[in-house]
Design a protein around this ligand. Sequence first.
Ligand SMILES: [Zn+2]
Length: 163
Amino acid sequence: MRKITLSNGTMVEVECLSCALTSGMVEPDGGVVVETEHFHAHQDVAYPIKGLIILASKRHIYCFDELTEEEKIDYINLLTKIRKAQREVLGIEHVYYFYNEDTTHHFHMWMVPRYDWMNEFGRSVESLRPVLRHARNQMSDKENVKEVLDAINRLKNAFREAR
Ligand SMILES: [Zn+2]
């Protein structure tokens, strides 16, 4: 078991945070954005960036080549659906995707929207860590967090309407 402190300050003791989130044992701030039989999407509120989505598998796996045929199809369909909603609901033109197989949690893709303010941290992969750090340290004010939660709700509504 590992002790993990969530962004809202609560501490949970879990084997795997991704399992805890995708099974509903731990409720992510803002709730589930969208889920399917095999995948679960939520905002990572530790980094208050509008539309930053984490797409995690429900199964405790680590690598792309562990996906079943059914999961592969479910995954690409859900990923593209989220991408489309980021564009149509939040006006996000570009997204950076980050996924590492040697994660301490389990299979999850970060979908990080690109905003103009990020340009000062460079482009592409080298900008990712400074951008996230900046968001966490400089953008955790009430007003921005409210905007982030509002964006989550708009995305949720879009998925609800699309069903
Ligand atoms: Zn897990």
